[in-house]
Design a binder for this molecule. Structure first.
Ligand code: S3P
Length: 444
């Protein structure tokens, strides 16, 4: 299939030691933006979405939904209308659905596709084809889904079948697996119950409840039962706490007085990074706390801090699973020892984020002890500017940029075009705060 992944191997130059200040907005939440498209498509009627994230991952989902016959009007980059076709209204795609780099797209769509009357193929970039799919194909098969994978990986070949509800204790806490099964549960006979070993993000459940689904949400389990129709939503997507995390760490390290980030989602299943940074002596105020479309939102204000090492493990890990690359950078600048445990899932993200971050930070002179399920390091460490590699992993590339701000001398982050997968205006946002970061003009 044609690879929709068009990220160029662009590099960023980062200069150290600036004082940052100002107020910024970061883009819409990636998880909620994916779900707004998928769930909006399954509703009866028009779903209005404001603050949508127009990034590589979510645009892949948008293309997939269009390929399934769903009309999506983009009024501007962040404002959409999804013309929901109802639970039975998707059309057979004429080609494989290309999820590009988006793990959330392929895993959530697998749940939807398993319940359709037509066959489909789900595929993606070379990077997505390396991410484990057994975690969804196994429970989907327990629901009687007809799904064939490629030695445990994408492409996934799905044929029509009559799904039946199951009770599934998830072996790992994963919002993608949970959401996949809840979506499949919409098309299954009988109730589907997902039992959670930890507090994975709950955006799917919140949205399904708001759409009138027959769903029962308890602390460690979610049950969905037959639902005749979903009501459309009128949704404002909060700013992504995972994108805010880069600005928060930069602010804690380099703010002159304070940095404010407006309208950030502070759903408790996503705010582990705020708790971890608090343990590291970083003060982040949550102002104007409000509810927007069923999600808690606040303005976050971070002030400069002398960071201290911390021990991070257990449920906190699940609540900040995407924030470990930037946490590792923060730890290099913290006094004392930081240890992360119970984070083996990091090894199956866009990259093996423990190995890749340790490897790249070592190029800047950091000393990091890798463990199977985490890492330890002693700080603060003096970093020296160098050429590092973003490995086509957006969170790795942005974390290395923030590390570059801490280093002596210039840092070049190669293969950083992937930043557009989740935070397309990251460079502009950081520049507006005073950071000296720029794309290197490859033509010079
Ligand atoms: C996501 C869930 C998480 C997270 C990913 C987005 C989601 O993955 O890492 O970036 O939107 O459901 P897992 O469910 O695999 O932990």
């Amino acid at each position: 299939m044609t690879d929709l992944k068009t990220t160029q191997k662009k590099s960023l130059r980062v200069c150290p030691n600036q004082e940052l200040n100002g107020t910024v907005r970061v883009p819409g939440d990636k998880s909620i933006s994916h779900r707004a498209l998928i769930l909006g498509a399954l509703a009866d009627g028009l779903t209005q979405v404001r603050g949508w994230l127009p990034a590589g991952d979510t645009l892949a989902t948008l293309q997939c939904m269009r390929a399934l016959g769903v009309q999506i009007d983009q009024h501007d980059t962040t404002t959409l209308t999804v013309h929901g076709v109802g639970l039975d209204g998707l059309e057979a795609p004429t080609e494989p659905l290309n999820c590009v780099n988006a793990g959330t797209a392929i895993r959530l769509l697998a749940g939807v596709m398993a319940g359709q009357r037509f066959p489909s193929v789900l595929d993606g970039s070379y990077q997505l084809r390396r991410r484990p799919m057994n975690r969804i194909t196994h429970p989907l098969r327990l629901m009687d889904a007809a799904i064939t994978d490629t030695d445990g990986y994408a492409p996934l070949y799905i044929s029509p079948s009559h799904l039946r509800g199951i009770t599934y204790p998830m072996p790992v806490a994963s919002a993608q697996v949970k959401s996949c099964l809840l979506l499949a549960g919409l098309f299954a006979e009988g109730a589907t119950t997902v039992v959670e070993p930890g507090p994975a993000r709950d955006h799917t459940e919140r949205m399904l409840r708001a759409m009138g689904a027959n769903i029962a949400i308890q602390e460690h389990q979610v049950m969905i039962d037959s639902t005749p129709r979903l009501h459309p939503l009128d949704l404002t997507v909060p700013a992504d706490a995972s994108s805010a995390a880069f600005v928060l760490v930069a602010g804690a390290l380099y703010a002159h007085t304070a940095i404010r980030i407006e309208g950030v989602g502070v759903n408790p299943t996503r705010t582990g990074i705020l708790d971890a940074l608090a343990m590291m002596n970083v003060h982040i105020a949550q102002e104007n706390l409000r509810d927007e479309g069923g999600e808690p939102v606040a303005d976050l204000v971070v002030t400069p801090a002398l960071l201290q090492g911390a021990e991070i493990q257990g449920d906190l890990v699940v609540r900040m699973i995407d924030e470990f690359p930037i946490l590792m950078v923060a730890a290099t600048q913290a006094k004392g020892r930081t240890t992360v445990r119970d984070a083996k899932e990091l090894r199956v993200k866009e990259t093996d984020r423990i190995a890749v971050m340790a490897k790249e930070l070592r190029k800047l002179g950091a000393k990091i002890e890798e463990r199977d399920d985490g890492f330890s390091l002693n700080g603060p460490q003096l970093l020296q500017g160098a050429v590092v590699d973003g490995h086509d992993d957006h969170r790795v590339a942005m974390s290395l940029v923030i590390a570059g701000l801490s280093a002596q001398g210039e840092t070049i982050v190669e293969d950083a075009g992937c930043i557009r997968d989740s935070f397309p205006d990251f460079v502009e946002v950081m520049q507006s705060l005073g950071a000296k970061i720029e794309w290197i003009d490859e033509n010079k």
